[in-house]
Design a binder for this molecule. Structure first.
Ligand code: XIL
Length: 338
């Protein structure tokens, strides 16, 4: 009997710089299916250095129609000292996306990690808010027309829920920093979609409610926000069926969108992992989510806290795993059904 492995042939892609070989999936690219229904299917965690590897670049451009950086847009990476910006890394991503007809998702304007000393040393609220405005304007203006959606604040809530994260922004500006950030972002990029990005709400009911309370209070006060980006880093256990749908519906009632920003699955059991990819992607699409990103696509560059886990859809050599086929099937079923 022919094994799956022996049926894998090599595909060629003609990119601007040349012709590269990478393992074929034997089926259509995810982005081809997704685009039939205007769905964004993307890979986040794209460190622009990875593009030096032609196979990486080829699979990324072949399979996905959106991408986002990993850490490179976080404050200390892009703006390590006052007035100095490292544009090269993000420019490279934006150019790659343009060449390959992909959407770029801005990730990391405010994150709990990665804030530079010059910011941490500002203790006066007015000066701190000015620094935030300067930072947002520099980045959002530079990528005006090139990045049309942003994670404005990431991980505002404590990991297990139970209040706001006690980060620098909270310490200097108080709980109002989140609304401030959204107002500054809207003024800097009036046409872009603005998201609050949060983890673990799909598995922690209390935190889910807390996020809803926070976001609905923003809507009530006219704080400019367009949606909730669920990180969806899953460890071992899938979200309870119905939870994604319930979130989509409750935010839709507020006039907001729900996106999945960083899906990956951390377990040593590949069958469980595959089932979770299927369950999450299927429910998300059925619920009306039109923007799904994974936190990377190849186990060659995976970010995991479960030792030995291989959380992504392609193996270290870019061979598609069963997680890829589950995702592809969920997508094609949805596209052909709806
Ligand atoms: C992670 C990166 O992948 C790691 O390289 C870094 O050490 C920590 O941050 N949620 C987020 C992402 O919004 O920015 C995080 O990225 C993963 C969790």
């Amino acid at each position: 009997m022919k094994t799956f492995a022996t049926t894998i042939i090599t595909a060629l892609i003609v990119a601007a710089e040349g012709v590269y070989a990478f393992p074929s999936t034997g089926t259509t690219p995810l982005r081809n299916e997704a685009s039939k229904k205007d769905i964004l299917i993307g890979s986040g965690a794209i460190n622009p250095m990875y593009l030096n590897d032609p196979e990486f670049a080829a699979v990324l451009a072949n399979q996905f129609n959106s991408l986002s950086p990993e850490n490179e847009m976080k404050w200390s990476f892009i703006n390590p000292t006052k007035g100095h910006y490292n544009w090269d890394t993000i420019d490279r991503l934006v150019n790659f996306a343009e060449d390959n007809n992909m959407v770029v998702k801005g990730h990391g304007l405010i994150s709990s990690c990665c804030n530079p000393d010059f910011l941490l040393n500002i203790t006066h609220p007015t000066a701190f808010r000015t620094a935030m405005k300067t930072h947002f304007e520099a980045i959002m203006h530079r990528y005006d027309g090139k990045i049309d959606r942003w994670d404005v604040v990431t991980e505002a809530l404590k990991t297990q829920g139970g209040g706001l994260n006690n980060n620098t922004f909270y310490q200097v500006l108080g709980p109002g920093y989140i609304a401030d950030a959204f107002r500054i972002a809207r003024a800097a990029a009036p046409d872009a979609k603005l998201f609050i990005n949060e983890n673990l709400v799909e598995s922690l009911p209390g935190k889910r409610q807390e996020l809803y309370n926070l976001v609905s209070s923003f809507v009530a006060k006219g704080v400019p926000i367009d949606g909730v980006a669920l990180q969806m880093h899953i460890t071992e256990v899938a979200p309870k069926p119905g939870v994604i749908t319930e979130m989509v519906n409750s935010y839709k009632a507020l006039g907001l969108e729900v996106a999945i920003a960083e899906l990956d699955v951390h377990t040593l059991d590949n069958a469980v992992e595959t089932d979770i990819y299927d369950a999450v992607v299927s429910e998300a699409l059925d619920a009306g989510i039109t923007d799904i990103s994974f936190w990377g696509f190849t186990d060659k560059h995976a970010y995991t806290w479960v030792q030995g886990a291989k959380p992504l859809m392609f193996d270290q050599c870019y061979k598609p795993k069963s997680e890829f086929y589950a995702t592809h099937a969920a997508l094609t079923n949805f596209v052909n059904r709806s």
